[in-house]
Ligand binder design. Structure first.
Ligand code: SF4
Length: 305
């Protein structure tokens, strides 16, 4: 089928089945363009939960589709590329976290949303890269474990005044690939141009950045800035939204390594296929879903305060 026919079929099936299509900022441009909502993982799940759709097609990776299911238990959630996982989320399992908790019964476990439903169910509270500092600051526990992203955890530790968290040894293989030499080199070459990076990058890289933020914070920062040129230190998929939203601003990727192959697995054909067949449904066992929901809800409560 030709691209135009696939897009028309997707639109027809979406209407017929009362589906909503979500695309993470790191998806390929064609997927972002057919999505009803483009954004970061938690916002997508929250927005989808507010709709009256019967089906959520989540163009992203496995843990994101699970989050959508956690927040929308009565909707059918489909993941077009069923093998799209997140290596960082896989760096922690519920079993390994239980072992840690057995050895450290007083520790409060803060878990980045980039984790499986089972891991979320084992933690005390979730966080995003936008609200992690606020969540951690609000905790009174003397021992805190931050999992699984040691780079985000280290970025938060640097901002904490009266406590330090233990960090799980996990990381995003995409952001971790950026090297300190690359940011130093580009800052020399393009003196005066703002370098914005995601806190999933290694601390050696983050220390040289002019702005550090989540994908939504990066988008907002650039939208509001009067500067005309930026160097972008997060996954390349974000360039599509940046260029659409900022027609007269120029963007350069900090490193060619900033590509997440799991995020690039979803094709238009995959979206068409799951809409047609309703295959690749994401199931989260109800007792796990409820516990994971509690961890996410606690995050929402604490981030309000
Ligand atoms: S960009 Fe990193 S955290 Fe996001 S899905 Fe890819 S590997 Fe996982």
């Amino acid at each position: 089928m030709e691209i135009n026919s696939i897009v028309s079929e997707i639109k027809r099936l979406k209407k017929e089945k009362n589906a909503v299509i979500l695309a993470h900022n790191y998806q390929i441009p064609e997927i972002q363009d057919i999505a009803d909502i483009v954004g970061d993982s938690l916002r997508l799940s929250q927005e989808a939960a507010k709709t009256d759709a019967d089906i959520i097609v989540f163009c992203g990776v496995h843990f994101m589709a699970e989050s959508a299911k956690i927040l929308s238990p009565n909707k059918k959630v489909l993941l077009p590329a069923i093998d799209a996982g997140c290596p960082m989320a896989d760096m922690i399992t519920a079993e390994s976290l239980r072992e840690y908790k057995d050895k450290n019964p007083k520790a409060t476990v803060v878990c980045y949303v980039n984790s499986s439903a089972e891991v979320k169910a084992e933690c005390d509270v979730c966080c995003t890269s936008s609200n992690a500092l606020k969540i951690v600051e609000s905790l009174e526990s003397e021992q805190i474990l931050f999992a699984p992203d040691k780079n985000l955890g280290s970025y938060i530790n640097d901002q904490l005044k009266d406590k330090q968290m233990e960090l799980w040894n996990g990381f995003c293989i995409t952001h971790e690939r950026v090297r300190e030499e690359e940011i130093k080199l580009i800052k020399n070459k393009k003196a005066g141009v703002q370098v914005v990076v995601h806190p999933e990058c290694n601390p050696l890289v983050v220390q040289h950045a002019d702005f550090v933020g989540s994908t939504s914070q990066i988008l907002e920062h650039i939208r509001m800035s009067d500067d005309k040129e930026f160097i972008i230190g997060t996954e390349m998929g974000i360039l599509h939204t940046l260029r659409k939203e900022n027609l007269y601003k120029k963007f350069t990727l900090l490193s060619p390594a900033l590509i997440c192959y799991n995020m690039k697995k979803t094709s238009l054909e995959d979206v068409y296929h799951v809409l047609k067949t309703e295959e690749n449904e994401i199931i989260v066992e109800e007792s796990i879903r409820q516990k994971a929901f509690t961890s996410l809800n606690r995050m929402l409560e604490l981030s309000k305060g």
